[in-house]
Write a protein that binds this ligand. Structure first.
Ligand code: IPE
Ligand code: IPE
Ligand code: MG
Length: 247
């Protein structure tokens, strides 16, 4: 009967790459616990981004994807959204030199149309300036939603089929994935969420099919190199089976 079993797609088991994705959560609670406004937590959170990028380079991470702002985060009070946009400007203006020095390529995934012109320009400039760097591929998800990404890919695939550029039977997992926002980035090996919540909140829904999930109680503003190293040790201790049996 085994001949009736369709060949399974081979999951990526890259050993030359190590992709860490992080849902950076807990800025607001961190601040509130200290009697500070939530925005103080976001400011400290931006420092944790800086530290995590450096730590990733040191620890041999090749791809780092950070959830910076979800498509649902617009629901927050205008003051908080404005403060987050301000921090994004500060980061994009102030951090590109350092990214260059560290050999980091920055890319943004998500729908940029809702950002102001100056932020869109800063993103484009940072992407352009760092595009040849190869030490760490940093992807920041901004105004990002996993379902929106999958829907956009489905629309592009449908257009290609309607135009006759693609036959329906050519719509495979691989061709579909090729229409996602960052098709050249391998799937995350490990997904970390800080600050105790154990949910995905619409992040990288397609890409995390076989990611190892690591949840930590550490709030994002307190997250540092040791926490990243701990998460990687936890990840390395696990057996990834990709649906097969133990070797
Ligand atoms: C993560 O921290 C930052 C963003 C979502 C922009 P939060 O702001 O979600 O902090 P908590 O979860 O309310 O503590
Ligand atoms: C997810 O965190 C988005 C980011 C980290 C940018 P949220 O704090 O928005 O998620 P929920 O609302 O707790 O699910
Ligand atoms: Mg949160």
């Amino acid at each position: 009967m085994s001949h009736l079993i369709a060949p399974q797609p081979q999951p990526q088991t890259p050993d030359a790459t190590l992709h860490v994705a992080i849902i950076m959560d807990g800025n607001g609670r961190w601040a509130r616990a200290k009697g500070l406004p939530r925005t103080a937590g976001h400011k400290k959170g931006a420092e944790a981004v800086r530290a995590t990028v450096k730590a990733s380079v040191r620890l041999g991470v090749t791809h780092l994807t950070l959830f910076g702002f979800s498509s649902e985060n617009w629901r927050r009070p205008a003051d908080e959204v404005n403060a987050l946009m301000g921090l994004l400007r500060v980061y994009l203006r102030g951090e590109v030199d350092e990214l260059e020095r560290e050999g980091v390529r920055l890319r943004v995934i998500g729908d940029r149309d809702r950002f102001s012109d100056d932020i869109r320009d800063l993103i484009a400039a940072a992407e352009r300036r760092t595009q040849d760097n190869t030490r760490l591929a940093l992807t920041v998800a901004l105004n990002y939603g996993g379902r929106a990404e999958i829907t956009a890919a489905a629309r592009r695939v449908a257009e290609a089929v309607a135009d006759g550029r693609l036959a329906p039977e050519q719509v495979t997992e691989a061709t579909f994935a090729g229409h996602l926002f960052a098709p050249d980035v391998p799937d995350p090996d490990v997904l970390i969420r800080t600050s105790g919540e154990q949910r995905i909140s619409n992040f990288l829904l397609w890409q995390i099919a076989y990611a190892e999930l690591v949840f930590t109680d550490v709030a994002w503003p307190d997250f540092g190199e040791q926490d990243l190293a701990d998460a990687l040790r936890d990840f390395r201790g696990r057996e990834r089976r990709f649906g097969a049996v133990s070797g």
